[in-house]
Write a protein that binds this ligand. Structure first.
Ligand code: 1PZ
Length: 215
């Protein structure tokens, strides 16, 4: 019945990041951004329980954002621009220390945004890697160049151990359910630019509003 459930395919997940771009790449639809993330979580869950501590945190953050979308002010959370505008003008963001608004949309989305950078780096490395490359190495290089900078020692340690549980490059490509390795490489080449556009827009918006260090 639910064809999306049994036909998991990374191409569709990455395409969600295309469909969340609005107004000539000058805004992002939150709902589709979260759809993309939910697909990524499903993909991560197929990789084994070792990664459940990662997906749990991502799921919590997706839920926080979905609750805003479903809430009374849902319309204000329709796009990233409108969310930032609404939360900042209403003083709904803790800027220096988590206190009265510990889970603002702005800070929650920032965590996903930082993780999207990891994903972008990792998939780009996979795309350009040779057949005998080690996914654990590619993954930890991508992590060290992105998310690790925001994580305390214990999480960095745990993550680096979990990376060893990653499947080989070929298995990884198989679970993406896209086709032969050549087709996966081609698909990544087509789809990653959309992930980059979403990342770049968000980064620019957060730079402009000085939101990159939200606690
Ligand atoms: C495919 C292999 C998956 C490897 C994933 C690489 C990332 C490892 C990061 C592990 C950290 C997760 C534990 C929770 C960390 C949270 O403290 C932080 C900050 O949030 P706060 O504490 O400030 O509320 N959370 C994050 O940094 C968000 C992490 C989301 C990671 C999602 C990874 C997406 C994977 C997609 C797979 C295709």
């Amino acid at each position: 019945m639910d064809s999306a459930e049994d036909k998991f395919c990374l191409r569709e997940v990455l395409v969600s990041f295309k469909s969340c771009l609005l107004n000539d790449d000058k805004d992002v639809l939150v709902e589709h951004y979260l759809t993309g993330w939910k697909g990524l979580v499903r993909f991560m869950n197929t990789l084994g329980t070792v990664f459940s501590f990662v997906s749990k945190d991502a799921v919590t953050k997706i839920q926080i954002m979905e609750n805003y979308l479903k809430g009374d002010n849902g319309e204000r959370y329709r796009t990233l621009r409108s969310m930032v505008e609404y939360e900042l003008s209403g003083n709904l963001v803790d800027l220096t220390k988590r206190s009265s608004h510990p889970d603002s949309g702005c800070r929650t989305l920032l965590r996903l945004h930082r993780a999207l950078r990891w994903l972008q780096l990792f998939l780009e490395k996979l795309r350009t890697s040779s057949e005998d490359s080690k996914t654990s190495t590619l993954c930890s290089e991508a992590y060290n160049d992105s998310l690790a900078n925001y994580h305390p020692w214990l999480i960095r340690k745990t993550a680096s151990v979990a990376f060893f549980a990653l499947p080989t490059r070929n298995t990884f490509f198989e679970v993406m359910n896209v086709g032969s390795p050549d087709v996966v490489v081609e698909m990544l080449g087509e789809a990653l630019p959309y992930v980059s556009k979403v990342y770049d827009f968000t980064q620019e918006l957060y730079v402009q509003r000085n939101l990159l260090d939200l606690p």
